[in-house]
Design a protein around this ligand. Structure first.
Ligand code: NAD
Ligand code: UD1
Length: 343
C-alpha cells in the first residue's frame, strides 16, 4: 500500500515509518517540522535502507495537500493515511488554546476534505488516553465516557467525533487508536523522543540520567497507589508503531469504524520507572518529591483486550526493553537530533 504519514518526522511517526517500510509498504511523509527535523528520516534510512518520500508542508496548507494528492494519483493514489500531525503538550494547550484548536482541528479537517475529494477514505488516527480524563473505572475500557480535561484532550475527542461522523456519511474506514504512555526508542538508538523541554516523565528521567538536568521532581507521593506515586500504562514505541500497521493491514475491509486502546494493561509507578531506568543506565537518577501536578490523576491503565481479540496485537516488549532503549537513545544522542551521534 502507499501510505501518507502526516507528522511522520516526529517521535511515533518515524518509528511507524520503519514498521511500514519493513513490511513492504510505500511511505510518503508530510510534516511541517514544527516539532521535528528531517534528521529523523535520514536515520530511518540508516536503519532500514529506505527513505520515505518527504513533503515539507503544513496540514492547513490546502493547495499543498491538493498537489500532494494529485501527484500521488499519477501512481495510484494513497491507499490510506496515518494521521499523527498535531501539537501535543497539555500545559501549552491550556495557555494557547486557539493555537491548539487551529492546528489540530483546522489542520485535520483540511486533510480530511482533501482525502474525501480524492477518494482516499481510509485513516488511522492518533488519539490518546487523555480523552478519558479522570476515569470512573480501572482498567479503562473503550466504553469509558469521554471527558477530557484540557484543550489538547478536547482536540482529540473532537477529531474522533469528526471522523466517526465522516465515516458514517461517506463510507470511510477509520481506526481510532487511543495510546496510553508511549516510551522508549528504536533499539538501534538512532531515533527516539527529542523534546526541547520534556513534559513527560520518561524523557525527563532520561535527560537527568544523561546529566542534562539535575534531578527529577516526583509529582506527589501521597496518591492512592501502592507506593504513593502516579501509576501509568507505559508501552514501547516500537509496539505502538506495529499497532498502526496491524490496524492498517487487518482492518475489516470496506466502510467501518473501530476504536482501540493501545496499552499493555500493566501499570508502573513513577518510583518503579525511575528504579528501572537506574538499572538500565547503571547509576542513580537523582529525584525529589514535589507537589502534585495540576490536573493529574493517580492511575491510568488500559483494558487492552479488544485490540488483541480483533487485530491480534499485543505488546511484545516489557519495562526492561523500554528503559534500555530509552537510555540507549539518550546516551547515543545526548543533545537529541541537533547534536552529535555517539557510538
Ligand atoms: P511529535 O511532536 O514528535 O510528532 C508530531 C509531528 O507532527 C511533528 O513532527 C510535527 O512537526 C508535526 N506537525 C504538527 N503540526 C503539524 C501541522 N499543522 N502540519 C504538519 N505537521 C505538523 O509527537 P508524537 O509524540 O510523535 O505524537 C504523534 C501523535 O500521537 C500526536 O497526534 C499526539 O497527539 C499523539 N499522541 C502522542 C502521545 C505521546 O505520548 N507521545 C500520546 C498520545 C497521543
Ligand atoms: C501525559 C499527558 C496526557 C498524555 C500522556 C501520554 C499531562 C497532564 N498529560 O499524561 O495528556 O496523553 O502524557 O503521553 O501532561 N511525573 C513526575 N515527574 C515528571 C513528569 C511526570 O512525577 O517530571 C509523573 C506524573 O505525575 C504521572 C507520571 O509521571 O504520574 C507520568 O506522567 P507523564 O509522562 O506526563 O504522562 P501522563 O500523566 O500519563
Amino acid at each position: 500500500m502507499h501510505i501518507l504519514v502526516t507528522g511522520g518526522a516526529g517521535y511515533i511517526g518515524s518509528h511507524t515509518c520503519i514498521e511500514l517500510l519493513g513490511r513492504g509498504h510505500r511511505v510518503t511523509v508530510l510534516d511541517n517540522l514544527c516539532n521535528s527535523s528531517t534528521v529523523s528520516l535520514d536515520r530511518v534510512q540508516q536503519i532500514c535502507g529506505q527513505r520515505p518520500a518527504f513533503v515539507e508542508a503544513d496540514l492547513r496548507d490546502r493547495p499543498a495537500l491538493e498537489s500532494l494528492f494529485a501527484e500521488a494519483a499519477k501512481t495510484g493514489g494513497f491507499d490510506a493515511v496515518i494521521h499523527f500531525a498535531a501539537l501535543k503538550a497539555v500545559g501549552e494547550s491550556v495557555a494557547q488554546p486557539l493555537r491548539y484548536y487551529e492546528n489540530n482541528i483546522s489542520g485535520s479537517i483540511c486533510l480530511f476534505e482533501v482525502m474525501e475529494k480524492h477518494g482516499c477514505r481510509r485513516l488511522i488516527f492518533s488519539s490518546s488516553a487523555t480523552v478519558y480524563g479522570l476515569p470512573e473505572k480501572l482498567p479503562i475500557s473503550e466504553s469509558e465516557s469521554i471527558k477530557p480535561t484540557n484543550p489538547y484532550g478536547h482536540t482529540k475527542s473532537m477529531m474522533e467525533q469528526v471522523l466517526l461522523d465522516t465515516a458514517a456519511a461517506h463510507a470511510w474506514n477509520v481506526t481510532l487508536l487511543r495510546y496510553f504512555n508511549p516510551v522508549g526508542a528504536h533499539p538501534s538508538g538512532l531515533i527516539g523522543e527529542d523534546p526541547e523541554f520534556p513534559n513527560n516523565l520518561m524523557p525527563f528521567v532520561a535527560q537527568v540520567a544523561a546529566g542534562r538536568r539535575p534531578k527529577v521532581t516526583i509529582f506527589g507521593d501521597d496518591w492512592p497507589t501502592p507506593d504513593g506515586t502516579g501509576v501509568r500504562d507505559y508501552l514501547h514505541v516500537c509496539d505502538l508503531a506495529a499497532a498502526h500497521v496491524d490496524a492498517l493491514e487487518k482492518a475489516a475491509p470496506g466502510a467501518a469504524t473501530a476504536i482501540y486502546n493501545v496499552g499493555t494493561g500493566t501499570g508502573y509507578s513513577v518510583k518503579q520507572m525511575i528504579a528501572a531506568f537506574e538499572s538500565a543506565c547503571g547509576h542513580p537518577v537523582p529525584s525529589v518529591i514535589g507537589p502534585r501536578r495540576d490536573g493529574d490523576v493517580p492511575t491510568v491503565v488500559a483494558e487492552a483486550s479488544l485490540i488483541r481479540q480483533r487485530l491480534g496485537w499485543e505488546a511484545k516488549l516489557g519495562l526492561q526493553e523500554m528503559v534500555r532503549d530509552a537510555w540507549n537513545w539518550q546516551r547515543r544522542n545526548p543533545m537529541g537530533f541537533k547534536g552529535a551521534l555517539l557510538d
